[in-house]
Design a protein around this ligand. Structure first.
Ligand code: GAF
Length: 412
């Protein structure tokens, strides 16, 4: 946990007071993520290596004056609905230019009823009740975000994490990092309806500034791996293809099921129990390809960690991870088949223009790619990608640099 961003905290507090008419209790932030490598390995109990990026969801939280926002609704008579509601206002605007705003009551929550964006905080409130017995109510939240929505940088997981740590602080839920990761994952799986793994929440909650998080998704054991772009004169570019992706509707769930079925056919609970020496004979051709990706991707994560940790030793440097990033993309495109023409174009244009490595990130079927580039080549590579998209009639991509920022925490 980190304390940062004095000015952000002040403006959040002022905005909260303007909207709700009283002062908030506290402010928190939770970053989005870029997964350096280890894609579609998390739900296979494998390895991942994300960074928390320097863009975050910020939240100011207040307890409505006169409401009975005590931890367990321990008043004798049932409080009226307006005392129990959770009101949320966001700085994002709808088609008519109005701020997104909504409210709900914890006891009445049912999946699939609220507007999509509100499902993420509502899922967290629902899981808090199920996990801890604490019924949240009489709470107001104001949310601002610098994580682009729909770019595959985990804006929705960052929102869930920000809401959870704010409620944790106010209600004294006393959750450790591991419990927070698993609670937000259940919110996503059970309430939002997306069968996602844990890499995004873990990146947001557990990562330290200037580091990547080497996480074993089998038991959530983690190690902070130094990741300094500046020291080597490098930048990490995000290339947002602006092709929309949705985990609940895309082939994400299908890939997950295939892996689970393949593990079962090979006599294992998860693919992590197996390695490339296993006989893939009982599997279909498609299952073999998916399994091959998971095995090779886990190996690429550990190789990347070796290069980063060995920084300074001969042959070891952040520059050396470029080839592994590209190999990851090839495996995701051909064995796992979760890329798309825009992501492939982003990767090949960046590589042709001199990137050290590039690959799609996240669930796939759209969203963003990353490219590791020398600082002096940033503009040239960005221009090459934009030109390629224009030549091929694709929507113009959004390209920007990200760095390894701090994990979730309080904002002063
Ligand atoms: C999405 C999911 F949310 C993650 O859990 C992970 O599976 C990722 O896709 C693929 O690595 O971001």
């Amino acid at each position: 946990m980190n304390a940062t961003d004095t000015s952000v905290g002040q403006s959040l507090r002022a905005e909260f007071e303007t909207i709700f008419g009283y002062q908030p209790l506290d402010c928190f932030r939770a970053p989005g993520r870029v997964n350096l490598i280890g894609e579609h390995t998390d739900y296979n109990d494998g390895f991942v290596l994300p960074i928390a990026i320097d863009r975050a969801v910020h939240v100011a939280i207040g307890r409505r004056p006169g409401s009975r926002a005590d931890a367990n609704g321990s008043g004798t008579a049932a409080p009226p609905a307006q005392e129990k509601s959770i009101r949320i206002v966001s700085d994002h605007r709808d088609d008519r230019g109005q701020r997104l705003a909504g409210q709900f009551i914890a006891e009445d929550l049912v999946p699939g009823v609220l507007p999509a964006w509100l499902n993420h905080p509502a899922g967290v409130v629902d899981e808090i009740a199920k996990t801890t017995g604490t019924v949240v109510g009489g709470i107001d939240l104001y949310i601002e975000s610098t994580v682009p929505v729909g770019a595959g940088l985990s804006s929705s997981h960052a929102l869930e994490v920000a809401v959870l740590i704010a409620l944790d602080a106010v209600y004294g839920l006393d959750l450790d990092d591991r419990e927070k990761v698993l609670l937000t994952q259940r919110a996503e799986n059970n309430f939002v309806g997306a069968p996602t793994g844990i890499v995004d929440q873990a990146a947001s909650i557990m990562t330290e500034a200037g580091h990547a998080l080497f996480l074993d998704c089998r038991d959530l054991r983690a190690r902070q791996i130094p990741f300094s772009l500046d020291a080597e004169g490098l930048r990490l570019l995000v290339i947002d293809t602006r092709v929309s992706h949705s985990h609940s509707e895309s082939g994400y769930g299908d890939r997950r099921r295939t892996c689970e079925e393949a593990a079962g056919l090979l006599g294992a609970q998860s693919l992590r129990e197996l390695d490339e020496t296993v006989d893939l004979g009982p599997l279909t051709e498609v299952q073999r390809k998916r399994v091959r990706h998971v095995f090779s991707e886990n190996a690429r994560v550990t190789s990347t960690v070796e290069l980063l940790e060995g920084e300074g030793r001969e042959g070891c440097s952040i520059r050396g991870i470029g080839e592994l990033l590209l190999a990851s993309h090839d495996s995701l495109a051909h064995d796992y088949e979760v890329s798309c023409v825009e992501l492939d174009a982003a990767v090949s244009a960046a590589m042709s223009a001199g990137a050290l490595g590039a690959r799609m990130i996240g669930g796939g079927f759209g969203g963003s790619a990353i490219a590791l580039v020398d600082t002096e080549n940033v503009e040239m590579i960005a221009e090459a990608v934009v030109a390629e998209f224009s030549d091929r009639g694709f929507r113009a991509p959004d390209i920007f640099a990200v760095g390894p920022g701090p994990g979730a925490g309080r904002v002063d």
